[in-house]
Design a protein around this ligand. Structure first.
Ligand code: ADP
Ligand code: MG
Length: 485
């Protein structure tokens, strides 16, 4: 195994997971952060969007989890539900072979289900603030054994709205719990929290100019519009740029809804995301977008923080964001990891002052697009339609591939401790089944009346097609897919 993560002397299961994720070389921020967290020191990290911050905390946390201890040892808080799921996925992928169990907890999900999840064996929880405080208050989560507490998108989480919640959690943490703050935009608003709750935190600030000293990863431009032609200009930009996938940000829910409506009428393959939608719809939208079921996402700032979607080559600000930090996060949905991207902002006369603030904040002047070439736009319109079709097809292919490689199925078994079933009995029974090997069996949990098993490597659906029940210790035990969380 030729993997540069080896130097951190990680568990071999974690190294294998990193290998299968194709994480072979640590990113700059990972190089800095991993040793510090392994050394159990508090940390404040500022590093660009898409630079791999999630794994920089996920790897050392997974490394330090004691797998035989069933209490929650890592808690990560994030601002949105979509991000909670994404971070949970990343941690689960890194911890899967070590059999680390990570769950996401957020609002608008039945609290009863969450309580029953939290009673099971859970090592790491990724949560939005409101709901986790609810569980701490009800004592349905035990955080006494917490080893790591991470605030992702820390500047947002320590801003108005969320700050009190953060303090509530910080006040409850066990003394020896390591604390980490992560964001692409960190400034002084966190200093109070740091001095109050952190012990000699290490500062990691990855200076982007140094990293990309020859080329910027995101090309930023703006174009002047007025309210009458804003939508027409948007269309022209799309055709002119002919992106694979594009995210368009508007400032308010209504603006997102209107724009989505208009684009739908114009036959674009477009989806929308905003806070008024039901949770299910929000999650399906992100999933469908990731699976190339449509190629234009119109969103409020709910998608501006943290969300990673491959192949977004263009971000358009339909309106200039009024928060300068949000500009950085919005455009950071493109140009991620080692890719390049483009961001174009539509600016009306009234919005110029916000653009000036952004330029001052980012310490750079955006280039203006003075005019769009009509011929290119015309050709682009045809090209874009062809691309749409191609994308839908590649989406279908990619999804097929992904499913065969990575599918994990959680199986419910209707017997547990009461019937004297132990983990080892389940492993024994499953490995006797044709086509299932030891490495296909993931996390197993045995509860009083039932048990759960993760079947990896796409073995779950085949198994369920063939079996309604299996024989464990001469007892017939019913099996079915577990659909919760
Ligand atoms: P950030 O939180 O800094 O915005 P993410 O943690 O979301 O960035 O990571 C961006 C992308 O980079 C993700 O798709 C992730 O899978 C990928 N990535 C992270 N670390 C590595 C690595 N060492 N090698 C390859 N890809 C990586
Ligand atoms: Mg992130």
């Amino acid at each position: 195994m030729n993997n540069n993560f080896k130097k951190y002397k990680l568990d071999k299961e974690i190294l294998s997971s990193l290998n299968s994720l194709n994480y072979n070389i640590p990113t700059r921020v990972q190089n800095e952060v991993i040793p510090i967290l392994l050394n159990k020191e508090d940390i404040i990290v500022k590093s660009k969007t898409g630079s791999g911050k999630t794994a920089s905390f996920a790897i050392p946390i997974c490394e330090k989890i004691n797998i035989n201890d069933n209490t929650v040892q890592g808690l990560i808080v994030v601002p949105t539900r979509e991000l909670a799921l994404q971070v949970k996925e990343e941690i689960s992928s890194i911890g899967r072979l070590k059999k680390i169990r990570c769950i996401a907890i957020f609002g608008k999900q039945p609290i009863k289900d969450q309580i029953s999840q939290l009673k099971q064996r859970v090592h790491i929880v990724v949560a939005t603030p409101g709901r986790i405080i609810d569980h701490i208050g009800r004592k349905t989560i035990n955080i006494e054994g917490l080893k790591f507490f991470i605030i992702d998108e820390a500047d947002k989480m320590l801003n108005k709205g969320f700050a009190e919640d953060m303090e509530t959690i910080l006040n409850r943490l066990p003394r020896e719990c390591v604390k980490g703050l992560f964001s692409a935009t960190i400034d002084d608003n966190i200093s109070e929290v740091c001095s109050k709750y952190m012990t000699n935190p290490k500062y990691v600030d990855i200076n982007q100019d140094e990293v990309n000293n020859f080329k910027k990863q995101i090309i930023e431009k703006y174009i002047k519009v007025n309210e009458d032609n804003r939508y027409e200009v948007l269309k022209k930009i799309i055709y002119n740029e002919c992106p694979n996938s594009v995210v368009i940000f508007a400032n308010k829910k209504d603006a997102v809804r209107d724009l989505h409506e208009k684009m739908k009428k114009d036959k674009f393959l477009v989806g929308q995301l905003h806070g008024d939608m039901s949770q299910d719809k929000r999650l399906f939208t992100i999933k469908d977008f990731k699976e190339y079921k449509f190629n234009i996402l119109v969103s409020t700032d709910v998608a501006s923080r943290g969300i990673h979607i491959d192949d977004i080559s263009l971000v358009i600000n339909y309106q200039v964001p009024k928060d300068k930090e949000n500009y950085i996060h919005r455009i950071g949905r493109t140009g991620r990891y080692n890719k390049f991207g483009k961001a174009i902002t539509l600016v009306s006369e009234n919005e110029e002052k916000y653009l000036n603030e952004i330029e001052e904040y980012t310490n750079s002047k955006l280039d203006e697009i003075k005019e769009l070439d009509d011929q290119k736009v015309k050709r682009g319109k045809i090209e874009f339609k062809v691309k749409e079709k191609e994308l839908l097809n590649t989406g279908k292919e990619k999804n097929k591939d992904k499913k065969t490689n990575l599918e994990v199925t959680r199986i419910y078994l209707n017997a547990g401790k009461k019937k004297k079933i132990r983990v080892i009995d389940i492993v024994g029974a499953l490995s006797n089944i044709e086509g299932i090997n030891n490495e296909d069996i993931g996390v197993i949990e045995v509860q009083e009346l039932c048990s759960y098993v993760d079947l990896l490597n796409n073995k779950g659906s085949k198994f369920l097609k063939k079996h309604r029940e299996i024989n464990i210790k001469k007892k017939l035990v019913k099996v079915r897919k577990d659909n919760k969380l």
